[in-house]
Design a protein around this ligand. Structure first.
Ligand code: AMP
Length: 477
């Protein structure tokens, strides 16, 4: 059979960006750059060091860590086959790649814990909506190689400090402990038992989740499921003694560091790899700091499930395709998390590490922060706005211009210029339009004389200066 000729794409197809992705230029670029620089500075003060991992990882790095039945793995990963047949994925989050790097480079031989920060683009094929992009930017922290509760508190504190440095007010850390693998088995039994009793009231997504990912039942935004959630068993009642002790210590650290928090028993976060501490940072949460005095000491057995209750381990796989988040379930501004994270004590072993690498990490969603009304941009170190416009009139001047720019660069004086325009009036108008205070004017006569004209754009006064004296002259200005 002859091959059908490929349908010709319209020009518009070729000249528009993929859905949910953006070009970041001009002021916006500087805003992001300033964010990353300020956040890195805060992290460095607390002892975090930079790391950059590839934007593409082997698919297994994510499927074996994030969990097969999570939203990210089920429907949001940008997966590709390389020419060599490798299954690769555009990174949907930062943690798994960093743990992979820790194992690959034998970072367990370094003094522990290893504290790292990173930033860059991440990719999830989500439904684009307010605050959700398919390519989005995160600034993240990971502390690898310690179980200590102070590590959890430091990550949370640094995340909050960065957000405060960005001017964000009324921050609240919503925090929970989802315990270890062991205590979670009993809790999941209780949870599935409870939801099965209310099967008729839950949304279609949650009917799936009962079988595939019961913890995510607590994450649902459907109004009916929200109501059910209020009466659902709470993880805190199922925590082992050591998990409970850890949680209490983390809260004590937060109290001592005056970090506003609120225990949220329904917070579970979307990924399988979390153990113990999970948290999100939100803004404008009125009831923040309204925390109970203590955690319960004994596990309650009100919700002890009967024998038939199924756990995720013995549940059949269901073939029903995952469903898109319906439109009426968009997150409200109050619910939009600015940052989120948690402890992941088992992730390294899931990735193939022979040893446990107990760790804690978190990431800030930069795209959300920079659009908040409170947000205060930081100026990046790279030069935003040159104070000099360099006008060159004619070919000889353009030839000489590179030599002059190099002199200026070595003296750390940046310029704007027009590579294509020759006329003085046009170039002066361009400098004026950009409100640049000084222009350098180089014409044929100046090239022959070895001079250059410096013009003050406000007063319109100008001086002719020898090129070798130019830097000294400008520095006086
Ligand atoms: P997560 O990696 O899911 O824990 O997300 C950490 C933070 O990244 C969230 O609190 C959001 O602020 C941000 N974030 C996650 N997904 C997106 C997205 N698709 N678009 C924009 N920001 C996102």
């Amino acid at each position: 059979m002859s091959k059908q000729p490929a349908k010709k794409k319209s020009t518009a197809d070729r000249t528009t960006r993929p859905r949910g992705m953006r070009d970041i230029t001009g002021e916006e670029f500087y805003t992001y750059q300033g964010f990353f620089e300020k956040a890195a500075e805060v992290a460095l003060y607390y002892g975090f060091q930079p790391i950059e991992t590839p934007m593409v990882e082997k698919e297994d790095v994510f499927t074996s860590s994030i969990g097969e039945s999570t939203d990210i793995v089920e429907k949001e990963m940008y997966a590709l086959k390389s020419k060599g047949g490798e299954s690769l994925v555009l990174r949907p989050e930062g943690t798994a790649g960093i743990v992979r790097a820790y194992i690959e480079h034998g970072m367990h031989t370094l003094p522990q814990p290893v504290m790292l920060y990173y930033h860059g683009p991440f990719f999830r094929h989500e439904k684009p909506q307010r605050g959700r992009w398919r390519q989005f930017y995160q600034f993240g922290l990971e502390t690898l190689g310690t179980e200590k509760s102070i590590a959890d508190a430091v990550v949370i504190r640094v995340i909050v400090t960065i957000l405060q440095e960005m001017g964000i007010k009324n921050l609240c850390v919503r925090i929970n402990s989802i315990g270890d693998k062991e205590c979670r088995v009993a809790y999941i039994k209780a949870l599935t038992h409870y939801y099965k009793k209310h099967l008729g009231e839950v949304c279609a997504n949650c009917r799936q989740r009962i079988k595939t990912n019961p913890l995510r039942l607590l994450d649902c935004n459907d109004p009916n499921c929200q109501k059910l959630k209020e009466e659902a068993p709470e993880m805190v009642s199922y925590l082992s003694e050591s998990s409970k002790k850890h949680f209490k210590e983390v809260l004590e650290h937060l109290d001592t560091a005056d970090t506003p928090y609120m225990i949220d028993h329904t917070l579970v976060r979307g990924l399988d790899y979390y153990t113990r501490t999970v948290f999100e940072v939100v803004a404008h949460e009125e009831e923040c700091d309204d925390t109970p005095d203590d955690l319960p000491d004994e596990a309650t057995d009100d919700e002890t499930p009967n024998e038939e209750t199924t756990t995720p381990e013995n549940e059949d796989n269901d073939e029903t395709p995952p469903q898109e988040r319906p439109d009426n379930q968009e997150e409200t501004p109050k619910q939009l998390a600015l940052a989120g994270g948690g402890r992941y004590n088992d992730l390294a072993k899931n990735l193939g590490s022979k040893r446990d690498i107990p760790s804690i990490g978190a990431a800030i969603g930069v795209d959300r922060i920079v659009t908040l009304p409170d947000f205060v941009p930081h100026h990046p170190r790279i030069i935003k706005k040159p104070k000099i416009y360099f006008i060159q009139i004619g070919f000889e001047a353009k030839l000489k211009s590179l030599e002059v720019i190099e002199l200026l660069r070595k003296a750390k004086i940046p310029v704007l210029q027009s590579l294509s325009k020759d006329k003085l009036s046009i170039q002066l108008a361009m400098a004026e339009k950009k409100a640049i205070p000084y222009t350098l004017i180089l014409g044929q006569k100046e090239v022959i004389d070895g001079t250059i004209i410096v013009r003050d754009m406000d007063s319109h006064s100008q001086d002719t200066v020898k090129i070798e004296e130019l830097i000294e002259y400008l520095k006086k200005k």
